[in-house]
Write a protein that binds this ligand. Structure first.
Ligand code: G3I
Length: 300
C-alpha cells in the first residue's frame, strides 16, 4: 500500500499522529493528516489544564474539534491524558490530600464520560514513574495522595467509559530498564488483582538509536496480556531513517502491538525544536524516514 495508514492496516494495525487543533486550518497539514493517518491523539487539547481550567467547569472545544475532524474522516482517537503531573490547571496546584484525590477522580469521570464511546484508548495515567534507577513512582502531587491513586483512576475511567481501552503511558520505558520494570511490575499486579488496564503506551522519544531490547520489552508487556502501543514516536539523529524502520519492525513482530503514533506531522510541528525528528519536512514532503517506515509496514 502507498500510505502509512493503509500499509499498517494490512496487518490490522493503525498508524497515528498527534494533532493540534490550531493547525486544522492549515491545508498542507490537513492534507497529510487525511491521506496518511488512521489514528489521532490530541497533542494538548484533552489534558487537564485544557479540559478543566476552573474546578468543575469543563471546556471541550479543542478536544471536540480534533475528535470531530478525526471521526468525520474515518480516523479513530487516542485520548491523552486524563491524569499527569504536568499541564495541571492552576487551581489543582493548590490542592492536596483527599481534596486533590477527589478532584482527580472527578476529572477522570467527567472527561471520560464526555467522550464515552468515542475513544479507542485513553492514556489514563501519564508518566507516573521516576527517572533513574529506583524503579519507583515519581514524586508528584498526585503520588502524595497515596500509592493507590493510579488504580483509583483506572477504575473510575472504566466505570465512565467501559468501551475505551485504558492505557498507562510513559517515556524512557522503551527498553528493559529499572523504570520499565517498575511499570511492568505495576501492570502485572493490576492484572493479578483485577484492576482494569488494557494497554501500555511506550512514548518512544528516541535520540540516535532504539534500545537493543526494544522489541523484547514490548513483548514482555504483551505477555502480561495487555495491548502495547507506540504512542509518541519521534527520532533524532543521523540514523533516523534506519531507527524508524527498526521501531516499525519491532511493533510488527509483536502480535499485541496495535499500532504506532508519531508525535506530530512535519518537523516544524514537533515539540523538539531544531531536531527534525518526524516523517515529513517543514514543506510537508516525505523524508527518508517516511520511506523506511512505509517499506517496513509493507514488508510486514
Ligand atoms: O497554548 C499556549 C499559547 O497560548 C501560548 O501563546 C504559547 C506560548 O508559549 O504556549 C501555548 O501552550 C504551549 C502548548 O504546548 C501548546 O503549544 C505550552 O507552553 C507548551 O508547554 C506545550 O507543550 C506541550 C508539552 O507536551 C507540555 O508538557 C507540547 O506541545 C506537547 O507536544 C508535549 O507533549 C508531551 C506529551 O503530552 C507527554 N509526553 C511528552 C510529550 C513531549 O513533551
Amino acid at each position: 500500500a502507498t500510505t502509512l495508514g493503509a500499509s499498517a492496516a494490512q496487518t490490522g494495525r493503525y498508524f497515528g499522529t498527534a494533532v493540534s487543533a490550531g493547525k486544522l486550518g492549515d491545508a498542507t497539514y490537513v492534507g497529510i493528516l487525511n491521506r496518511e493517518f488512521t489514528m489521532v491523539t490530541p497533542e494538548n487539547e484533552m489534558k487537564w489544564d485544557a479540559t478543566e481550567p476552573s474546578q468543575n467547569q469543563f471546556s471541550y472545544s479543542g478536544g471536540d474539534r480534533i475528535l470531530n475532524q478525526a471521526v468525520s474522516t474515518g480516523k479513530r482517537v487516542r485520548g491523552h491524558a486524563l491524569l499527569w503531573h504536568q499541564q495541571q490547571p492552576g487551581w489543582v496546584q493548590g490542592l492536596s490530600g483527599s481534596a486533590l484525590r477527589q478532584a482527580a477522580i472527578n476529572h477522570v469521570t467527567q472527561v471520560a464520560t464526555h467522550y464515552r464511546g468515542q475513544i479507542y484508548a485513553w492514556d489514563v495515567v501519564n508518566e507516573a514513574f521516576a527517572d533513574g534507577g529506583s524503579g519507583g513512582r515519581r514524586d508528584s502531587d498526585l503520588q502524595r495522595t497515596g500509592d493507590d491513586w493510579i488504580e483509583a483512576a483506572f477504575r473510575a475511567a472504566r466505570a465512565a467509559d467501559p468501551g475505551a481501552k485504558l492505557c498507562y503511558n510513559d517515556y524512557n520505558t522503551d527498553g528493559v530498564n529499572a523504570k520499565s520494570t517498575g511499570v511492568y511490575t505495576m501492570v502485572r499486579d493490576f492484572k493479578a488483582r483485577g484492576v482494569p488496564i488494557d494497554c501500555v503506551g511506550f512514548q518512544s522519544h528516541l535520540s540516535g538509536s532504539a534500545p537493543s531490547d526494544y522489541q523484547a520489552n514490548l513483548q514482555r508487556f504483551a505477555d502480561l496480556g495487555v495491548e502495547v502501543q507506540i504512542t509518541e514516536l519521534d527520532i533524532s539523529g543521523s540514523n533516523q531513517a534506519a531507527v524508524y524502520g527498526t521501531v516499525t519492525r519491532a511493533c510488527l513482530a509483536v502480535a499485541r502491538c496495535a499500532g504506532i503514533t508519531v508525535w506530530g506531522i512535519r518537523d516544524s510541528d514537533s515539540w523538539r525544536t531544531g531536531e527534525n525528528p518526524l516523517l515529513f519536512d517543514a514543506n510537508g514532503d516525505k523524508k527518508p524516514a517516511y520511506t523506511s517506515v512505509l517499506d517496513a509496514l509493507n514488508a510486514g
